[in-house]
Design a protein around this ligand. Structure first.
Ligand SMILES: Nc1ncnc2c1ncn2[C@@H]1O[C@H](COP(=O)(O)OP(=O)(O)OP(=O)(O)O)[C@@H](O)[C@H]1O
Length: 624
């Protein structure tokens, strides 16, 4: 047999194929199966124009078998086959795609979409094999040919015998070494997993002779090993089916089959778009967040298929971060893939798909929010933080998309409410949307600052997530109503009698004294217009709230950002009498009282007391 050399460029390309084009070796099987599927599709086209050829889809299949002793893996098909010339042209010249030429010649438009286009996939076989041999008999031909290659050195072609039309490819699998396990490519069960991963939705059956331990008939505990030919791929992807044919259970089963999660999805969306870029998608909203969801480790993304063949396990481009909880897949026949089929030549197509998916997901969530509140709350408890994070991030770019999907706990309704519901309930004289921040509902409920707002009959939203106040600052307003913290110095009440309350000269002198004692700790000490039953509280001026100071101080690169704190004193409270007394008669006691009150205000806010020992000493001193 004379060995022909690959062309110089081809040699280099082959080397690239083996070492750098694909990130995973196992994709060689996807490439060979796709070629076999293409070969059978070509029979379909041939039948359209050639009376001598009939096409009955059920006659076509791919068979995968292994021989461990001889270390061979065989993939055969009964597709269109190759003539001697075609073997020479298609397999002898790397980067020449017979399939692409076929597609052009036949003006293929309908469902039998041919996958091959670059003319390189076949050579992926050399990533796992030392030798590749192809025996093929073309339709209309009696003579079969054998193509054989050991890689870069070249190839040879000789006559061969083959009973039936089609192609059989035999790979002699490389020996495993310390770094690489090649045995998996001789194990039918592992090959089955690879088929399931990449080629599950190839239209033709992929068959394997699988061994199984079965109970011997007529016995109760005797088992026998049975070899049975099985179809290992699902063939028809659920997303290509008509929605009306599918039940909720079908979608649920698919979610589990695909291992999208152990939970049951709360809802699904099945999209089929026939526009500029054609694609189908099935998207799920899970019920529970994966354990690592709110961590750096979590990787978002949808599975990306091109024509039923898996391209990427996780395509992050298809989901914005704020919808990163969505699971599912997209399949498009219009993607312009790069040579490894692992990336796209440009991401414009994915951007378009993403934009549309975002709309669909939003619609679905809104539908859930309107029609099944309980379910929406389950969703929100798992992923609401992510939505709020979405309002805040990217400089608020997405706040309009998300503002109607976020919920907060309401003081009056005692449940989660939307901002629209809050605004709808606002009192006639109420100018702002009020909120209070704290670690828990119970803690917020006891905040002295909330008293006066409650007394006004205004609803207060409870912010318990770190991100809440940041998100709301980014949102700025809802329905033209601005947000206001119950801790802000000016509560913005209209026609408020408390506004007229001003400190007497005598009281102001006490506040000035206190301000001097607390120099550097508070921006001011003032008469409180909001406190009723409590003697003291902190409020803040400026953009940074006390709660935001807490969150920022926990960040690794915090730059010591502080809220401008104001210590508010309730002059109607009995404690103030003691303070007054001390200010006139006992400077030392005045300092102690001031420090105790300041530290108590910190504690009420959930802020750490700067010097716990001196605080304890001060309390004991007062108790004496
Ligand atoms: N099983 C097969 N039956 C018939 N023809 C085949 C078979 N396998 C490969 N071919 C021919 O060999 C050509 C080269 O195959 P190869 O896998 O390298 O590239 P491709 O499938 O055309 O493109 P891609 O790199 O995009 O997969 C194919 O275009 C096809 O004409």
């Amino acid at each position: 047999m004379t060995v022909k050399q690959f062309e110089a460029e081809s040699k280099r390309l082959l080397d690239m194929m083996i070492h750098s084009i694909y990130s995973k070796r196992e994709v060689f099987l996807r490439e060979l199966i796709s070629n076999a599927s293409d070969a059978m599709d070509k029979m379909y086209y041939r039948a359209l124009t050639d009376d001598k050829v009939t096409f009955n889809q059920s006659d076509y299949y791919i068979k995968i078998s292994t021989d461990k002793d001889n270390r061979t893996l065989t993939i055969s098909d009964n597709g269109i086959g190759m003539t001697k010339e075609e073997l020479e042209q298609n397999l002898g010249t790397i980067a020449k795609s017979g399939s692409l030429a076929f597609k052009k010649d036949n003006e293929i438009k309908d469902g039998f979409d041919i996958i091959g286009q670059f003319g390189v996939g076949f050579y992926a076989a050399f990533m796992v094999a030392d030798k590749v041999s192809v025996t093929s008999r073309a339709v209309d031909q009696d003579q079969a040919y054998h193509w054989y290659s050991e890689g870069a050195e070249g190839y040879a072609i000789e006559e061969a015998t083959k009973e039936t039309v089609g192609t059989t490819i035999t790979l002699t699998i490389k020996e495993s070494n310390e770094d690489d396990d090649f045995e998996q490519f001789l194990d039918l069960h592992q090959l089955q997993t690879i088929v399931k991963t990449y080629s599950d939705f190839i239209r033709y059956p992929i068959k394997m002779d699988l061994t199984e331990e079965k109970l011997k008939e007529g016995t109760e505990d005797e088992y026998e090993t049975i070899v049975e030919e099985k179809i290992v791929n699902s063939m028809v992807p659920i997303w290509k089916k008509n929605k009306t044919e599918l039940t909720d259970d079908d979608y649920k089963n698919f979610y589990h089959e695909k291992h999208y999660g152990f939970d049951n999805p709360l809802t699904h969306v099945h999209v089929s778009v026939d526009g500029n870029i054609r694609y189908q998608a099935i998207l799920y909203v899970p019920e529970t967040a994966p354990y690592n969801y709110y961590s750096q480790e979590f990787e978002k993304g949808l599975e990306l298929y091109s024509n039923g063949v898996l391209i990427k396990n996780k395509a992050p481009e298809l989901l914005p971060d704020y919808f990163s909880f969505v699971k599912g897949l997209v399949d498009s026949e219009d993607l312009s893939l790069n040579i490894s089929r692992e990336m796209l030549q440009h991401d414009r197509q994915l951007k378009l798909i993403e934009k549309n998916l975002v709309k669909k997901i939003k619609q679905e969530l809104k539908k859930m929010l309107m029609n099944d509140r309980e379910k929406y709350e389950t969703f929100f408890k798992a992923f609401g933080r992510q939505l709020k994070y979405g309002v805040y991030s990217d400089f608020g770019q997405n706040k309009e998309t998300l503002k109607d999907l976020i919920l907060f706990y309401s003081s009056t309704e005692e449940k989660l409410v939307t901002l629209a519901e809050y605004v709808e309930r606002m009192k006639d004289d109420q100018k702002y949307i009020y909120y209070a921040t704290g670690e828990s509902h119970a803690r917020i409920e006891r905040l002295p600052q909330t008293e006066i707002v409650r007394d006004k009959g205004y609803e207060i939203l409870y912010f318990t997530d770190d991100i809440d106040e940041f998100a709301i600052k980014m949102l700025m307003n809802y329905d033209d109503k601005e947000f206001k913290s119950v801790s802000s110095v000016d509560l913005g009440f209209e026609d408020d009698a408390t506004d007229e309350k001003v400190a007497s000269e005598e009281d102001q002198a006490i506040f000035d004294q206190m301000k001097e004692i607390l120099k550097g700790k508070v921006a001011d000490v003032r008469l409180s217009k909001r406190l009723k039953t409590h003697p003291v509280c902190l409020s803040n001026e400026g953009d940074i709230s006390i709660e935001m100071e807490k969150v920022l101080s926990m960040m690794p690169d915090n730059q010591g950002v502080k809220a401008e704190k104001v210590l508010e004193i309730n002059t109607d409270h009995d404690i103030f009498k003691s303070l007054k007394h001390a200010s006139q008669s006992n400077e030392d006691m005045m300092e102690t009282y001031t420090n105790v009150l300041y530290n108590q205000a910190l504690l009420i806010e959930g802020l750490p007391v700067e010097d716990p020992v001196s605080y304890a000493n001060d309390v004991w001193k007062v108790m004496k």
